[in-house]
Design a protein around this ligand. Structure first.
Ligand code: TNX
Length: 610
């Protein structure tokens, strides 16, 4: 009997180990674990049948050097078969049908990666990176993987207007998008608080619109505002550099040039672009906005020089971005100024427009004509639907998913970005234990739970669902570490919602795989949000709670403190369930082996205020 138990537990351990050895995010469509391992050793040949794969051979070599410590990478010119320790990259449109798909076979003796396109090979390599263990032993488990994305649009928006980030940092962000098999980088470049793209024809966009004389640093718009000059912009050369870098990672960069709202910075530089020479809101001269929120100062719809300006701007923008799409914003444009503006009212009369919503629609249509004439497609936030939608526009649904549903039924393409699930500037846990963020609540599990296809979409409607995108607005995100804290690991959830088949979604399994992913992030020095330990409580008759804490950080320990304000490295390590009496407060945090510390959570929770 004893032996029987021993064998059972041995088998159990083997099964558990086998499960945990492969940990890929986003989870592939088909993943079969095989027997044995491929041992990269010190010498490896990377063989490509096609010359177009040369950059990917390079990429694969780098990958094995960095992740598996292989010193000697050889690249035989001819695709010789049967080499020892070889990685074969092959374009094969018989084996793989999907443009972005791949098939990956790791055996004891070789690795074969097939795809229809270089892009597919690239994604296969991203998976391969994750098959190389983070620990010392670099044996790669034998697998058969067949994979392709669920959606064509897998994106993230980065707002570089509220706060600016260096070109180098943006490139690292692009690396991470690619690593997660995301393929769209929506770059938010113009705002009330700053204009960030060099436009040669309008130098005051650089000298005036790119700078503000202060910044709101706290939640209070009146009190929490400093008077430190802040700003800058990306030169056209830098923009080109970013776009080319992204293209090398199969990422399309979509610029956003906001209109008619969120345009105070441009108006400050060129006040004739507004309905009034002074601010509609304050009656004072226009000034690049220091505080967050929505401004009533927007571009005038009755003034033709506004359209000349925007067309000039887009002409330069289109030369910089080969993207199929131009995002024109279109969100949060209050019509107060238009209602009082004789030119706007005159325009409405001339064009037979019933109200300001129709004027907004007319504004967007006019710009869309220009964009389409240049062979580009327009994307706008869902407000572009107010007052009528043009047939070609792609709708970016952010207030929820209803507009997206409606647009798909009208035959318009749709991208889903509801703030309730996909706004990474929102809180990841209750605000009491987190750094300052925008008021939304979008913890990891909420992001993961998002289903881009609205239940009321027919198959025909769903053909217009391009995919989903997470947005990172940077009002309160001013530093690189905080940026990373907000993006990781929510980007992992985003990757899985947009890439993996719906049937493969499983939060518990994702959380397990994530623990390995966090170790990879440690290697890359990414300041991700460390998951707070999970608490479960049971109560006995005198209300004493027995507390169990589970570490989800992938490594390290959980520490706790009873009736003390702080949990520190000196606090006791959690080893067994704790008894917390009525009136006592328990605080606890994860201390992974990277030397960092998670947010400190507490028990009991205060009753929520209604
Ligand atoms: C709404 S989402 C905005 C942004 C803000 C954001 C804050 C959207 C189209 N507009 O201007 O930064 O809320 O989360």
């Amino acid at each position: 009997m004893k032996i029987f138990f021993l064998i059972c537990s041995l088998l159990f351990t083997l099964v558990i180990n086998a499960q945990s050895s492969v940990s890929v995010i986003p989870i592939p469509k088909v993943l079969e674990e095989k027997e044995g391992h491929f041992k990269p050793g010190n010498k490896l040949s990377i063989v490509a049948g096609d010359a177009t794969l040369a950059p990917l051979v390079q990429h694969a070599g780098q990958l094995f050097t960095e992740a598996a410590g292989v010193k000697n990478i050889e690249q035989p010119r001819s695709p010789k078969q049967g080499l020892k320790n070889a990685v074969y990259l092959q374009l094969d449109s018989q084996a793989v049908k999907h443009e972005e798909g791949y098939v990956l076979d790791v055996t004891k003796t070789s690795i074969t990666l097939k795809a229809k396109t270089p892009r597919g090979i690239f994604y296969g390599l991203q998976t391969l990176t994750q098959l190389i263990p983070v620990d010392k032993d670099k044996s790669i488990p034998a697998v058969h993987i067949e994979d392709e994305p669920r959606f064509a649009w897998r994106g993230m928006m980065f707002d570089n207007c509220r706060h600016m980030f260096s070109v180098d940092f943006i490139k690292r962000f692009i690396d991470q998008l690619a690593y997660h098999k995301l393929n769209k980088f929506h770059w938010h470049l113009t705002e009330d608080q700053g204009w960030r793209i060099e436009i040669k024809k309008y130098p005051r966009l650089q000298t005036v619109a790119a700078y503000r004389n202060g910044t709101q640093y706290g939640p209070n718009r009146q009190k929490d505002v400093d008077s430190i000059r802040y700003g800058g912009y990306y030169t056209q050369e830098q923009i080109r550099e970013v776009v080319a870098y992204a293209a090398s990672k199969y990422i399309e960069v979509i610029p956003e040039i906001e209109m008619p709202g969120h345009s105070v910075a441009a108006i400050t530089a060129y006040p004739h672009l507004a309905c009034n020479p002074v601010s509609f809101e304050t009656g004072k001269p226009h000034e690049v906005r220091k505080v967050w929120g929505v401004s009533k100062d927007i571009y005038c719809a009755g003034n033709d020089t506004v359209f000349a300006f925007l067309q000039d701007v887009l002409t330069e923008v289109m030369q910089l971005f080969p993207s199929r799409y131009i995002h024109i914003g279109g969100d949060e444009a209050p019509h107060d100024a238009w209602k009082k503006c004789p030119k706007c009212q005159q325009r409405m009369k001339e064009e037979g427009l019933k109200n300001e919503a129709e004027l907004q629609s007319w504004f967007i249509r006019r710009m869309e004509g220009f964009i389409n004439a240049h062979n580009k497609k327009l994307i706008g936030w869902e407000e572009i639907m107010q007052g009528g939608l043009t047939p070609n526009a792609t709708v970016h649904s952010w207030l929820g998913t209803k507009s997206g549903l409606q647009a798909s039924k009208m035959g318009n393409d749709v991208i889903m970005s509801p703030y309730s699930h996909l706004y990474f500037d929102g809180y990841q846990a209750e605000p009491a234990i987190e750094p300052l963020a925008i008021g939304y609540y979008t913890p990891l599990e909420t992001v993961y739970s998002f289903e881009p296809r609205h239940p009321d979409m027919s198959d025909k409607d769903a053909e217009h669902l391009l995919g989903a995108q997470a947005n990172l607005w940077t009002e309160f995100i001013r530093t690189e570490p905080y940026f990373q804290y907000m993006v990781f690991p929510r980007m992992d959830a985003l990757a899985e919602i947009t890439w993996s088949p719906k049937e493969k979604k499983d939060y518990a399994d994702f959380e397990k795989r994530l623990q390995t992913q966090l170790k990879r992030y440690d290697k890359l020095n990414i300041n991700y949000r460390i998951p707070v330990p999970v608490l479960t409580a049971t109560y006995d008759a005198d209300s004493t709670a027995t507390i169990t804490l589970q570490n989800r950080a992938g490594s390290g320990v959980v520490r706790y403190a009873i009736n003390e304000e702080k949990v520190t490295e000196a606090s006791p390590v959690y080893k067994a369930p704790l008894a917390i009496k009525k009136g006592q407060t328990l605080r606890f945090a994860a201390f992974p082996s990277n030397g960092r510390q998670s947010s400190t959570d507490y028990f009991p929770k205060k009753p929520r205020r209604k």
